[in-house]
Design a protein. Structure first.
Length: 153
């Protein structure tokens, strides 16, 4: 989400953007479905669910424990209220490559956003939200050529 915001609000700072795991409008659109699936009320504070999910991955535990809890909360509070960056990102002129695992709940929203807004997209087969970025061989095979295009220009 931070990368999307930089591209949308300060596009001169980027030549390209690679983003995995969330579409620029997806977080808020998925929250009601997640809460309903868990049997929680629509006004439930999702932050603790996100944090607990992240703590399921050893790398994330180290990152979370090394960070400032108040800063994490402030970051979450801000991006969870973001009305959506899609139109502003599309107008930024920054070339975007998005990817997601086929088992990630954000796969279809990311793909659909990319198709609607002229961004590129690729799928990482048989991967969920945590697995796709760790499939570096598959991801880099698509990311490196995209980044090289910047040098050629």
């Amino acid at each position: 989400m931070t990368g999307y915001a930089v591209a949308a609000y300060a596009p001169e700072r980027l030549t390209r953007l690679v983003a995995g795991g969330f579409d620029p409008d997806g977080f808020r659109s998925r929250v009601p479905a997640v809460l309903a699936a868990l049997g929680l009320p629509g006004d439930h504070d999702v932050y603790e669910l996100v944090k607990q999910g992240a703590l399921g991955h050893p790398y994330q535990v180290a990152v979370i424990e090394a960070g400032d809890p108040a800063a994490y909360r402030a970051n979450y509070d801000r991006f969870s209220r973001e009305p959506g960056l899609g139109p502003r990102l599309a107008a930024s002129g920054v070339p975007v490559l998005m990817y997601a695992g086929t088992a990630d709940p954000w796969h279809d929203p990311m793909r659909d956003h990319a198709l609607a807004h002229g961004a590129r997209f690729f799928s990482v087969p048989d991967s969920d939200h945590g697995q796709a970025p760790r499939r570096s061989r598959q991801v880099l095979a698509r990311v490196l050529p995209f980044l090289e295009e910047c040098r050629a220009a």
